[in-house]
Design a binder for this molecule. Structure first.
Ligand code: TMP
Ligand code: ASP
Length: 320
């Protein structure tokens, strides 16, 4: 069905897919590549552990089960052409792009969108551009960002338990046949930066990119530490919806008109129209998900607004 730089995807009869992790490793958009013994098995197992963890914390992911050492069964999705990177500490392309030092910790994690296109070297893309060019919808971009922030909260805490700093990572998203957006692809030492907390030693694919050697030994060490975790931390994930409710354009707004007259009386120049609306901020102790997004729509439709005379828009975020 599809053969990528490090994995093959095969469509199964039940419309799920089998993802096969090969021993291939590549960097710089496939320019540098090699076969490393055991890499497929290690990345498969690392992804399995991390996807099972995300499923357990309530994230919607494509992962269903592990089939064997190098294969997992996942839901079939259409992968979005835009990937999301979350950074806790400056490194990699961020330092090159902005000419800043490696290793500066951000106060709030940074989210960036990149276009998945090797020929163009995966350029950084503004959210507004990705939406206007139809690569993702506004609702998808909101869900991608809030989900990635919440995943960061979970993964950072997990890696801290095993003495590793999650510097940055990349997530891919795909939509199911029903149009539901879920986390897809793989999550492994290939798709993140991990530094030893005590020494700063690099434990991820930068070992390969920078010819530091010992790629497989370090990947194996990360996997072994993940396998040895006995209990997972309590993490409180918060999702917040901010809903703005406005009267439809065609509906008269007497209160708005009173305000307009009062502004004019007070001498404010150039005021043309005033429409008064309302807003609501609802916080949930829940993981951001397509399901939660639907619940917020339901609440907005049935309780917060009167669909006959009002329209609403909403924003959705996740943070500590
Ligand atoms: P960057 O610093 O090269 O932009 O990478 C940021 C993070 O995203 C880093 O953890 C590596 C990961 N990444 C991928 O997983 N695949 C890619 O193609 C690229 C460019 C980065
Ligand atoms: N994954 C990309 C490649 O294989 C880029 C990278 O990870 O550096 O070329």
């Amino acid at each position: 069905m599809y053969s990528g730089k490090a994995k093959d995807v095969t469509l199964l009869e039940d419309n799920n897919v089998r993802i096969t992790f090969r021993d291939s490793i590549s960097a710089f958009d496939g320019v540098k590549k090699e076969e490393l013994n055991e890499k497929g098995r290690i990345n498969c197992k690392t992804s399995v552990i991390l996807f099972e963890l995300l499923n357990r914390y309530g994230f919607a992911t494509h992962y269903l089960s592990q089939l064997n050492d190098i294969e997992m069964i996942c839901k079939n999705v259409e992968i979005k052409p835009v990937e999301v990177v979350c950074r806790n500490v400056t490194a990699g392309s961020f330092c090159k792009r902005y000419g800043v030092d490696n290793g500066i910790e951000f106060e709030t994690p940074i989210i960036e969108f990149f276009l998945k296109d090797d020929d163009l070297h995966d350029p950084l893309v503004a959210k507004e551009i990705a939406i206007q060019l139809g690569w993702i919808t506004k609702a998808e971009s909101t869900l991608m960002e809030s989900t990635t922030r919440a995943v960061n909260q979970v993964l950072s805490a997990i890696f801290e338990r095993i003495s590793l700093k999650l510097v940055d990572f990349k997530l891919e998203f795909g939509s199911t046949d029903e149009g539901v957006l879920i986390i897809a692809d793989e999550i492994s030492a290939d798709t993140m930066r991990l530094w030893e907390i005590d020494t700063g030693e690099i434990k991820d694919k930068d070992r390969y990119r920078k010819d530091l050697g010992g790629v497989i030994d370090h990947y194996k060490d990360v996997l072994q530490r993940l396998e040895e975790i006995e209990s997972y931390p309590e993490i409180s994930i918060k999702s917040t919806a901010e809903i703005t409710i406005e009267l439809k354009k065609s509906v008269l707004d007497p209160a708005g008109e009173v305000t307009l007259r009062s502004l004019k009386r007070k001498g404010y120049q150039g005021v043309e129209e005033v429409r008064l609306g309302k807003s609501a901020k609802i916080s949930f102790s829940l993981t951001p998900s397509p399901n939660l997004q639907e619940i917020i729509k339901e609440i907005s439709d049935s309780i917060l607004s009167n669909p006959l005379i009002e329209n609403y828009t909403f924003d959705f975020s996740s943070g500590e």
